[in-house]
Every structure is written in structure tokens, then in C-alpha cells.
Ligand binder design. Structure first.
Ligand code: CDP
Length: 223
């Protein structure tokens, strides 16, 4: 367990389907941390764009982002956009397709990062996404970079989507993930990359529990 009164920040990055969200959520439960799903915030901004029909009008979207309220409930399980629960809307195929293009806009990232750092001040936290180890919390106490092969990541996401009765093929999921990887790693601002001092975890062939236990052991060994 993390020592009481000791403020701990764990930052975790990795591509889609690397297991970050599930792993971070479980580590948060085990260690009593606040869980921050940074991707959910970019997804909420994408919902904001769609709802206001400003997907193409980025300057209008930036204005909306500056005044919108994004809040988490139930330790990251629910996300509210201007008091509306958008937890389901943020996971639609339409949002999957659009989010990387919205998330590459520097002014939008600037607003979201400010918000994330504020949440980080509230207490010990595990935060995951694409730029948590490099930009948002470069001085985090612990940094992890999770990865897995594209095939394995697509398979995981496909099974997740099937559980929700989504009518989508494995090939489509793999293409979608590869396209998002490409956009996330090649963008000019805050591209996805492993921080130099991040501990790399290849999750290919590993269970969620194995990854969670590894991370918890790393944290406990230094506390
Ligand atoms: O769950 P999955 O890994 O598919 O995606 P996510 O973590 O919900 O993030 C969705 C998208 O938001 C990513 O593909 C990135 O384009 C963007 N994102 C980002 O730019 N920076 C972050 N810190 C987190 C997400």
C-alpha cells in the first residue's frame, strides 16, 4: 500500500488496446488511487464537436472547449460533459474515427492538459493515455509504457466490442487501430512515444492480472 500522506503520481502511456485503461483502473483500486482516463477527455471533446456540429470548425470548437465542463464520477467510470453523462457516446465508432484528429489540435490539448494537472493535484493518482509520461506529468514518480502487437491489440478490442453486440469485423478493428496509431505517433504536438525513463511492459500474451501485479510490485518496491 502507498504510504498515507505521501502524494504519488503514476503515469502510463501506450497505444490503443495495450491494456492501459483496464490495468490502470485495477491498479487504482488496489492502491487506493484516483484514476484518470485522459483519452475519455479527448473523446468527450469529440462528442462536444459532434453535438455542436463543429467537427470541421476548429476555432469554434476551441471556444467551446474553453468553457465546457468535463467531470469524472465513480472514480473514472463515468464522464460528464456539461453535466450530461456521455460515458456511452464517447465509445461510438464515430468518435473512434474522429478523436485522433480532434486530439491533435494544440489549443485543445493545452486546455485538456491544464485540467488534467489540476486533477493530479487532488491526490495520489494513476493517469493513462498518450502523453502522460512525456508532457502532462513528466516528473511522475512512476512511468510505464504499455505495448502489444497490433494483431493482439485488435483482437482484444474486437472481443470488447463483440461483448457490446457491435457489428464489426476483426479486420475493420485492426485497420482502425493502425490508422489511429499512425496519427497518434506522427502528429506534431505531443505524439505518442515512450518517455526515456518509462518502464516498458510488453503485454502481448500476458493477462491483465500479470500486468497489474507487475506494476503494483514496482510501486510497492519503492515505497
Ligand atoms: O482506449 P483507446 O486506447 O483506444 O483510446 P483512448 O485512450 O480512449 O484515446 C482515444 C484517442 O484520444 C487516442 O487515439 C488519441 O488520439 C487521443 N488521446 C491523446 O491524444 N492524448 C491522450 N493523453 C489520450 C488520448
Amino acid at each position: 500500500m502507498i504510504k498515507i500522506g505521501h502524494h504519488v503520481t503514476i503515469a502510463m502511456d501506450g497505444p490503443a488496446g495495450s491494456g492501459k485503461s483496464t490495468v490502470a483502473r485495477r491498479v487504482a483500486e488496489k492502491l487506493g488511487l484516483l484514476y484518470l482516463d485522459s483519452g475519455a477527455m479527448y473523446r468527450a471533446v469529440t462528442v462536444l464537436a459532434i453535438e455542436n456540429e463543429v467537427e470541421k470548425d476548429i476555432s469554434k470548437l476551441i471556444e467551446l472547449v474553453k468553457t465546457c465542463r468535463i467531470e469524472f464520477m465513480d472514480n473514472g467510470k463515468k464522464i460528464l460533459l456539461n453535466s450530461e453523462d456521455v460515458s456511452v457516446q464517447i465509445r461510438t465508432p464515430e468518435v473512434n474515427k474522429l478523436v485522433a484528429d480532434i486530439a491533435k489540435v494544440p489549443e485543445i490539448r493545452h486546455e485538456i492538459v491544464k485540467h488534467q494537472r489540476k486533477i493530479g493535484e487532488e491526490g495520489s493518482i494513476i493517469a493513462e493515455g498518450r502523453d502522460l509520461t512525456t508532457i502532462v506529468f513528466p516528473d511522475a514518480d512512476f512511468k510505464f509504457y504499455l505495448d502489444a502487437s497490433v494483431k493482439e491489440r485488435a483482437k482484444r478490442r474486437f472481443l470488447e466490442l463483440q461483448a457490446h453486440n457491435t457489428d464489426i469485423t476483426l479486420e475493420t478493428v485492426e485497420t482502425e487501430i493502425s490508422e489511429r496509431d499512425e496519427k497518434d505517433t506522427s502528429r506534431e504536438h505531443s505524439p505518442l512515444r515512450a518517455a526515456k525513463d518509462a518502464i516498458r511492459v510488453d503485454t502481448t500474451g500476458k493477462t491483465i492480472d500479470e500486468v497489474v501485479d507487475f506494476i503494483v510490485a514496482q510501486v510497492n518496491s519503492r515505497n
